[in-house]
Design a protein around this ligand. Structure first.
Ligand code: 6R9
Length: 658
């Protein structure tokens, strides 16, 4: 009998490429290697220093109070106004004329908004909300596309101490209703319609359906966006509905920001997770803004007044909260905000925007990078991307091949790439290379940022050694950490703190490993880990092996129950244009390629060629739906899919024998 315990996660792929920062970049970088030593020597002093990036009306008396763990308090006793920090103070410091937002509408209309204008807009919107009876602590739900009013509405809430609860523009009436009810939102903000792939589609009609009989909602504010481009009248509920422009324009641009406690709630953002009702993740003010500002400065090497920053996320995702609204604006960024899809009206739209606005920092998601790869490198090659000096990625593990493509075809081979690991729950970036310091490795998020502590542990909670795989945990509190799940303290404890309760670790739900240098590699959600003949295999490693084959554009793998091996690996792949009609031989070739790259144990039992993969609005592959297909079950809940027809396309393609 063997006494050797099998590892929590096998380590299969190895990567030997590494890219040091250029001496020029390193010389001018915001972050230095000393930050690690400084933070290790005295974490609290380090965070206290980061909090000085903000304006505090009252200084805190204690950096962190962890006595009621897992409920943290940061910068105890401090008072600040988050919106003042993101807007007014820059105007007061003489930067009112600096562009805060270069907004680009999908149809081609544009708006440039300075910090001075933003201050007026936010002040008016704050007065408008107050006029509707919204007070500190109330909840305001926002379902808007990427238009400036989305940012203004969020900041207006922050300014008066109301919590925003942003819901993705494309979410169904029932998904919106669930979030409005759970948060008991008093006011909802939406628009008449939205432009999607060149067409105006109704938005308010959806919201009306969602709000039918919603007990908490008193007012619905409607931003005019599509106007007469939208067919038919905008339905109107007298007494409840009010146009944004009529309401907000009538307000004074003077508004005195009130200082709120550092722990005053800032927002709720719902994460769907795989099962159960969505969790309302609660974030508060001082610690959240401190870490958002610190990470935006350190990880993106952002230089106010010089850089043009673009984060392509949607405001409905936490990335839009921390890296479009709070971090960049607290740091006086000039940023691009784009309303539309990346292929409207053509597949070079992002590159055209980068060229026009001389974007220098570009932060996007692996799903989009893989899509750009599929469209072909000749598209970005047609634009001048020489303004770019740093690239970032978030949302999923970035496959080494996608990383290399990003570096070569978008970053001209000389931009540092930051692969940033974090979650809605962590509020801000936790694990990432430090540009100018770290020798970057394609596919690895590498190290916890200075001030952050993370570990990879085994089933018993003991850290694994280099080369070992297991579970990612966060073993020390951090300023932007969630303060709970809205209305459900028990679920908060059960979900994140019970798995390693002996050690008091936060369990992130992700698998990870250390490589031989001690760098961290994220390996996907542990719920998705496949167990093949006792080997615990991560989805990420098999997918990366598939994507490294020249014919594969995208891949998703799942473990499907298997009579002999426990689970068998079933792969769903999207092939590149010219390979799309792959026959049996090509499929065999792919299976062998995986076996060669990472070993025979990971060879997929079956590979299915599909036209699309099911993804959430933030671009994450929903493997549980693919597992339903692989195990011949009826497909489960699809309400949070970006495109609800994808599962039909997949099933249809498979039953017609592809
Ligand atoms: C910011 C965000 C969180 C989950 C997280 C992990 C995955 C995010 C990643 C990554 C590998 C990265 N994830 N960034 N995995 N490398 N750089 O995405 O928040 O939507 O809450 O998702 O996304 O699985 O646990 P959220």
């Amino acid at each position: 009998m063997t006494t050797e315990q099998s590892p929590a996660l096998d380590n299969l792929l190895t990567e030997s490429r590494s890219f040091p920062p250029s001496p020029e970049f390193a010389a001018a970088a915001n972050a230095t290697a000393d930050w690690y030593t400084e933070a290790d020597a005295d974490r609290e002093a380090f965070w206290a220093k980061q909090a000085e990036r903000l304006h505090w009306d009252t200084t805190w008396t204690q950096v962190v109070d962890w006595s009621d763990a897992p409920f943290a308090k940061w910068f105890v006793g401090g008072k600040l106004n988050v919106a003042y920090n993101c807007v007014d103070r820059h105007v007061e410091a003489g930067h009112g004329d600096q562009t805060a937002i270069h907004w680009v509408g999908e149809p081609g209309d544009t708006r440039d908004i300075t910090y001075a204008q933003l201050k007026d807009d936010v002040s008016k919107a704050a007065n408008a909300l107050t006029s509707l009876g919204v007070t500190a602590g109330d909840r305001v739900a926002i379902q808007l596309q990427m238009i400036p009013e989305a940012i203004v509405a969020m900041l207006a809430c922050a300014r008066i101490g109301a919590l925003h609860n942003v819901v993705f523009g494309g979410f169904s009436p029932s998904a919106l209703r669930q979030r409005v009810d759970d948060a008991e939102a008093k006011v909802v903000v939406t628009s008449d319609g939205q432009y999607r792939r060149g067409k105006a589609a109704p938005m308010k009609a959806n919201v009306d359906e969602a709000l039918e009989g919603a007990a908490s909602v008193e007012k619905l504010i409607v931003v005019r966006r599509t106007g007469s481009d939208l067919e038919g009248d905008v339905p109107w509920v007298e007494g409840r509905d009010v146009w944004w422009d009529e309401l907000v324009e009538a307000q004074s641009a003077d508004h005195e920001p009130e200082a709120f406690d550092s722990e005053h709630p800032l927002y709720i953002l719902y994460t769907s997770g795989t099962t159960g009702k969505p969790k309302g993740i609660l974030h508060t003010s001082g610690g959240y803004l401190t870490q958002a500002a610190y990470t935006h400065n350190a990880v993106f090497d952002h230089k106010p007044g010089e850089d043009v920053y673009w984060c392509t996320a949607d405001i409905g995702w936490v990335t839009g909260h921390s890296y479009i609204v709070y971090g960049p604006l607290a740091n006086r960024a000039t940023q691009v905000v784009y309303e539309g899809t990346p292929n409207t009206p053509h597949e070079g739209r992002h590159w055209e925007i980068i060229q026009n606005y001389k974007v220098s920092i570009y932060y996007t998601a692996p799903t989009l990078i893989r899509t750009f790869m599929k469209w072909g490198a000749e598209i970005p090659a047609g634009y001048d991307l020489s303004s770019l000096r740093l690239l970032g990625s978030v949302g999923e593990p970035i496959n080494p091949e996608a990383w290399m493509w990003f570096r070569e075809h978008i970053g001209s081979g000389n931009c540092p790439i930051v692969d940033t690991w974090w979650q809605t729950e962590t509020g801000a970036i936790m694990i990432s290379p430090l540009p100018g310091v770290t020798h970057a490795k394609p596919g690895s998020a590498q190290q916890p940022l200075p001030g952050i502590s993370a570990k990879v542990v085994d089933d018993a909670g003991t850290p694994v050694g280099n080369g070992g795989g297991g579970y990612l945990v966060l073993d020390k509190p951090w300023p932007a950490m969630l303060r709970g799940i809205w209305g459900d303290d028990q679920r908060f404890k059960d979900t994140y703190w019970s798995r390693f309760s002996d050690q008091g670790y936060y369990f992130a739900g992700d698998g990870a490993k250390y490589d031989n240098d001690g760098d961290i590699w994220l390996l996907g959600r542990v719920d998705d880990v496949m167990n093949v003949s006792g080997h615990r295999i991560s989805t990420t490693e098999v997918e990366s092996a598939l994507v490294s084959h020249p014919t594969v554009a995208e891949a998703a793998v799942v473990g499907a129950s298997d009579a002999t091996t426990g689970q068998g690996i079933v792969a769903f792949v999207i092939l590149r244009g010219d390979a799309a009609q792959a026959g049996d031989e090509a499929i065999q070739d792919l299976r062998n390629h995986v076996a060669k790259e990472i070993g025979p144990i990971a060879k997929p039992r079956q590979i299915m060629v599909v036209p699309e993969l099911p993804k959430t609005r933030s671009g994450k592959i929903m493997r549980r739906l693919l597992r339903d297909v692989a195990e011949n079950r009826e497909v489960g809940d699809v309400t949070t899919l970006a495109d609800s027809t994808v599962m039909d396309q997949i099933s249809k393609g498979l039953s017609s024998g592809s």
